[in-house]
Design a protein around this ligand. Sequence first.
Ligand SMILES: Cc1ncc(COP(=O)(O)O)c(C=O)c1O
Length: 423
Amino acid sequence: MKRNHSSGGPDYRPETLALGYGYDPFLSEGAIKPPVFLTSTFQFRSAADGKRFFELAYGLGEPKGDENPGLIYSRLNNPNLQIFEERMAAFDQTEAAAVFASGMAAIASTVLALTRPGDVIVSSAPVYGGTHYLFKNILPRYGIEVRFVPAGDDAPAAMARVADECGPERVRMLFLETPANPSITLTDIQAVARLARRLSTDRERPVVTAVDNTFLGPVFQRPASSGADLVIYSATKFIGGHSDLIAGVVSGGQALMNEILEIRAILGTMANPFTGWMLLRSLETLSVRMHRQAKSALKLAQMLARHSKVRRVMHPSLLEPGSNQHDILERQCSGPGALISFEVDGGEQAAFKVLDSFEICSLAVSLGGTETLVEHPMTMTHADVPPDELELLGVSPGLIRISVGLEHLTDLKRDIRQALEKI
Ligand SMILES: Cc1ncc(COP(=O)(O)O)c(C=O)c1O
């Protein structure tokens, strides 16, 4: 199955490519699905082949036509990872993708590949706790400074101000997480990418826009189409989708990806073949799952917004038409996603009562799985965020986050209603 016109085939959609692209059954005894290539190393047919594969893998020679580096060693390449990567790039509409052992391995490898001592990363805030820790506590040890600006309407202008303050020539990366978690605040990717291009004028190393697309992508948000250079995921979430694996993905243009692949090959931050195989299975149903989960989330958000014991609900479907946030949603996203945050009256005690009363929804952090997960951001995912920052993020003691799964909507509605009745 070919990916697009330029490679000689019709322009199939990612949902179709997820079922067959990049795999030739007749190289694997006709098996309709790729086997798991649980092997550390690959045998060369000849010494000349081995030499050529290394030349291509290490960039010591130019590929002839569409020649690809052959399989060498599973830290460098493996069929389960490569097939998944080609299908992910199709979803993201990018030239290449790379799969990692975790979302954090993807983020850390990207930053290590692209920054040098003295560089500045300007990041939206909030970002996932692990990313925040990396940016705040680990990168400064290597001379890389990270400045944060609040996510939302003013983020692109705030990033421009920060770049002016610290010297535009030092800025190497603009990092975004949109929607932000758990406030579901959106940041305009196009506007940030425009700023990156402006800051890159007359520079040898352009400023890179990197978007953590874990919450909506790749089905409802395609940052590369909005001008982002790199799209990053915790594939542990919707992409894996069954709460049974840990993985990460980065995708983007081939030149940037080559820099990231170099670091992945040397640090060994790639995923293992079995995880690659599980991700391939998951990618086949990704679009169906995300659409169904978002459809249920929309109905649940509407129900929560009408409930007398709920003070406020955050879900993109509830953004006010005409507001800046709604405009960004319309331009940038094709669906609202499956994450809802809502606040109950009565603070932590009431929130805990609700959390302990669910019968179907499971009390656990993480998100994007087939089962509905509920958690308390203030004492769980955001436990190490200082109180003044929590207030800015809208994280209050009564706030609960739901990642809506695939259970029947009627049962989810009933479960949420009965849990709210307990307070
Ligand atoms: C938005 C986001 N990015 C990155 C990560 C890190 O991913 P992982 O846990 O796969 O390392 C997470 C994990 O929760 C996340 O929510």
